[in-house]
Design a protein. Structure first.
Lengths: 116, 112
């Protein structure tokens, strides 16, 4: 079946502009995660959605970052007033349930964001 | 301080040779440890997942070991191929909650 998809694959934006990144998880996966991967760094957790529960936003680096998950499926990560330090690869992952079990997280290909 | 440390940071080997990547962690209490392979421009793909009671697990030419007492894991790649060139990421999960702790990865380059 189809894996996790993300769009766009690449995004170049000017400093100060807003961007929206999209994630389509694997059908039936209740848990969805957003991560940020900066050059030479490990994956940094941003936000976690599990079913209808309130999302865990503890990893969002500032109030310029927000995310939604509509209908328990598609998720959108929004970055307002982008800064150059926001340049990174943004990865989305989904799993059958929250990672409190050992269910595998399946990653999308990522969106490479470049802020000029 | 990162709770998952990987070494070496990068590695270059000749095609056909073996190599071993290391992962040390301080995450506690421990639930499981995963090794992911991330090709350039792609998302990470799981190679193995190991729980406390598992000492070794193989996936084709990849063999992972785990010593939960010393909090160390290794990923051994046998008879390397050009397609093994990628970043290998060690990920450790705590027993409670859903958060994963990611290492920075080892960048492996296999040359002809």
């Amino acid at each position: 079946g189809a894996g996790v998809s993300q769009s766009p694959s690449n995004k170049v934006t000017e400093k100060g502009k807003d961007v929206e990144l999209r994630c389509d998880p694997i059908s039936g996966h209740t848990a969805l995660y957003w991560y940020r991967q900066s050059l030479g760094q490990g994956l940094e957790f941003l936000i976690y959605f599990q079913g209808n529960s309130a999302p865990d936003k503890s990893g969002l680096p500032s109030d310029r970052f927000s995310a939604e998950r509509t209908g328990g499926s598609v998720s959108t990560l929004t970055i307002q007033r982008t800064q150059q330090e926001d340049s990174a690869v943004y990865l989305c992952a989904s799993s059958l349930e929250g990672a409190s079990g050992s269910y595998e997280q399946y990653f999308g290909p990522g969106t490479r964001l470049t802020v000029t | 301080k990162n709770q998952v440390e990987q070494s070496p940071q990068s590695l270059i080997i000749l095609e056909g040779k073996n190599c071993t990547l290391q992962c040390n962690y301080t995450v506690s209490p421990f639930s499981n440890l995963r090794w992911y392979k991330q090709d350039t421009g792609r998302g990470p793909v799981s190679l193995t997942i190991m729980t406390f009671s598992e000492n070794t697990k193989s996936n084709g030419r990849y063999t992972a070991t785990l010593d939960a007492d010393t909090k160390q894991s290794s990923l051994h790649i046998t008879a390397s191929q050009l397609s093994d060139s990628a970043s290998y990421i060690c990920v450790v999960k705590r027993r409670s909650g859903y958060a994963l702790n990611f290492g920075k990865g080892t960048s492996l380059l296999v040359t002809p």
